[in-house]
Design a protein around this ligand. Structure first.
Ligand SMILES: Nc1ncnc2c1ncn2[C@@H]1O[C@H](COP(=O)(O)OP(=O)(O)OP(=O)(O)O)[C@@H](O)[C@H]1O
Ligand SMILES: [Mg+2]
Length: 258
């Protein structure tokens, strides 16, 4: 997979919930190896957008296309990219009836021919990659892990099939700053060492500036995306609402000239 190759195209997508339009005319691409952050006020439709991108929710208007390897596959069509997209939701849900290791190995059991020894080897490798190096974690029950460890384990599981695209919904929400910074490092490592593209929903500005190559801003009032670009560029030159958001309200449009 070449860096910069377009993995996913979102075309004229609109998002609806409960009979209301959340967003319309969303048009953007996800490129191989980039970290794309999706931001916007609470309720603007970020999680809904993510669900459309992974094929969990079908668009009323528009399309989501998986475009890697020169082919166009509709994410909601007959041949959707099932193994190409890894997902870790906010709650970091693991199956509570299985150990952490069994959770990790499940995708390999379902979708590959690997034998048990190889499944275990790969599961331990991905846990270590996610910073869960303690071998005891493999045999632990998910309930025995801390919140931060569970989020890491959920990311490790999303990586089991080596997806070129990883979608993370608020991976650092509710974590202490140190754990949150370690997650940022993990995301950077995924990008640099594994070459995965990451689509990340986040409210944490620090994390956003640390990891995102580009930011997509969904405007809650305009009901569409009003900015897409590198975070520092949007903070300094973006539309008012975006500058406001990226400076946590410290941006004052009328005093800028002074
Ligand atoms: N199944 C549903 N039925 C009705 N309304 C829904 C449904 N799912 C989401 N919504 C509404 O759609 C809006 C967008 O939800 P969504 O979870 O995508 O927002 P978000 O940008 O992820 O917000 P947050 O930052 O709080 O996570 C919210 O107002 C929510 O109440
Ligand atoms: Mg959300």
């Amino acid at each position: 997979m070449d860096a910069g190759e377009v993995l996913m195209k979102i075309e004229n997508l609109s998002l609806h919930a409960g009979g209301k339009e959340l967003q319309h005319d969303l048009n953007f691409e996800v490129k191989a190896g980039e970290v794309l952050a999706i931001v916007g006020a609470s309720g603007c439709g970020k999680s809904t957008l993510l669900r459309h991108m992974i094929g969990l929710q079908t668009p009323q208007t528009g399309r989501v296309l998986w475009t890697a390897d020169g082919k166009e596959r509709d994410v909601h069509g007959d041949d959707p990219p099932r193994h190409e997209i890894g997902v870790a939701f906010q709650a970091g849900a693991l199956w509570s009836s299985m150990t952490v290791g069994e959770n990790m190995m499940l995708p390999l059991e379902l979708y590959t021919e690997l034998d048990e020894a190889e499944r275990e080897r790969q599961a331990r490798f991905k846990l270590a990659l996610a910073g869960l190096n303690d071998p005891a974690t493999f045999d632990a029950e998910p309930a025995a892990l801390s919140g931060g460890m569970r989020k890491r384990a959920a990311i490790a599981r999303a990586l089991m099939l080596d997806p070129p695209l990883l979608c993370l919904d608020e991976p650092s929400a509710g974590l202490d700053p140190l754990t949150s910074a370690r997650l940022d490092d993990l995301i950077k490592r995924l990008k640099n060492d594994v070459g995965s593209a990451v689509v990340l929903v986040t409210h944490e500005l620090e994390s956003l500036f640390a990891v995102a190559d580009r930011v997509l801003f969904l405007d809650v009032d305009a009901h569409t995306a009003t900015a897409l670009g590198p975070p520092a560029e949007l903070r300094d030159h973006g539309p008012d609402a975006v500058r406001e958001f990226l400076t946590r309200g410290q941006y004052q449009p009328h005093k800028e000239a002074a």
